[in-house]
Design a protein around this ligand. Sequence first.
Ligand SMILES: CC(C)C(=O)C(=O)O
Length: 464
Amino acid sequence: MDNRSVRLNKKSNLLKLDEYMYPLVDTDKPNVFRNLFPYEEVPKIAFNDRIVPHEMPEDIWITDTTFRDGQQSRTPYSTDQIVHIYDAFHRLGGPKGIIRQCEFFLYSKKDKDAVYKCMEKGYKFPEITSWIRASKKDFELVKEIGLKETGILVSCSDYHIFYKMKMTRKQAMEHYLGVVRECLETGISPRCHLEDITRSDIYGFVIPFCLELMKLKDEYGIPVKIRACDTMGYGVNFPGAVIPRSVPGIIYGLKEHAGVPSELLEWHGHNDFYKAVNNSTTAWLYGASAVNSALFGIGERTGNTPLEAMVFEYAQLRGTLDGMDTTVITELAEYYEKEIGYHIPERTPFVGKNFNVTRAGIHADGLLKNEEIYNIFDTDKLLNRPVLVAVSNTSGLAGIAHWINTYYRLKGDKAVDKKSPLVAEVKKWVDQEYETGRVTAITDGELEKVIKESSKKLNVNLIP
Ligand SMILES: CC(C)C(=O)C(=O)O
């Protein structure tokens, strides 16, 4: 006789044997997956060829950690800067709140001031949420400020449990459940940050732990969120890769075996292996409603999933921007460069100075005939960034005129053409440069200088 109990799978409406109820596997020694992470060698990606089905939730959204993970890795923002960026996120995310939440530290007076000032805006989105030390006093503080949810660190790999916390899995789980219960007792919804999930024992620790968390959710009738943190960027999205590195495998396990509903499931990625964006999109595709990100990817070490990238991933997967105003991304990039003094690397997609600049003569020639040939989309319309053709020995008068018009945003009767004396003067300088043996590209700064000098010489005032 088979004594295992049965439970209803809400999705398929079929009764399933509780063989999928995973007990905690307490161990004496940490499982550090030496086969995948030999430390003195490059980590390995192994396959078992188990294929996980796609299951993108009906609603997906982006959450932001610019003021938490982002700030951890750079000079803190001033209160005014935080309020400015929060305001921009509100406009960028649009009325449907695709940028759903922003998380804030609550440690210092400055942190709290920023929260109060952002709350004063009265915006529905992004919701303001917090990150605190997991203590009763701090839960009370969250409540006092008037927030509904807080992040709590529940590191889940044996690297953290054994080496950092010096605990066993059982002790760690009991400790975390006690903290989560305390949080729920205060009436605050906990967001459990499962740090280092891509090096953790998914079926021996993560799933049994999340099953307990879901029980607490039901007991208190308060949402308990699971944030799967790929702390070291080890996650991969290749079909058939093994857990704990497989993003589809982790999301599948959390949903199907721990019973975490999509709307309580969030992915938090890091970019150590250049995979942050793809892994986050993969988390959406396999059933997490939320992906956590930071503006321009600014976060610990190589950074987090860039928020602006997920805006464009959203639009590509959904076929609509759903009310997001993408031109705010360009405003934010200018604000970072001019007001915050943060230099965005030139080749950064969507925001770098050169992201839509064509340099090669042959490409520039195509672009001048029809910009769609070498531009990813209408970057002028969507990002307020007209496509730019860099000036070189092959530019010709038309290329130089195009550069001047786009760089200085001259339109209509203000625009110059190839008959303009200013254009001829600049071309004279460019030709001289290459005739005297120059082999490098001409920079924007050099052109600005020549244009300024030529305008003065010709006594024209075309440039704003
Ligand atoms: C500290 C934790 C929550 C984190 O940000 C991460 O795992 O990346």
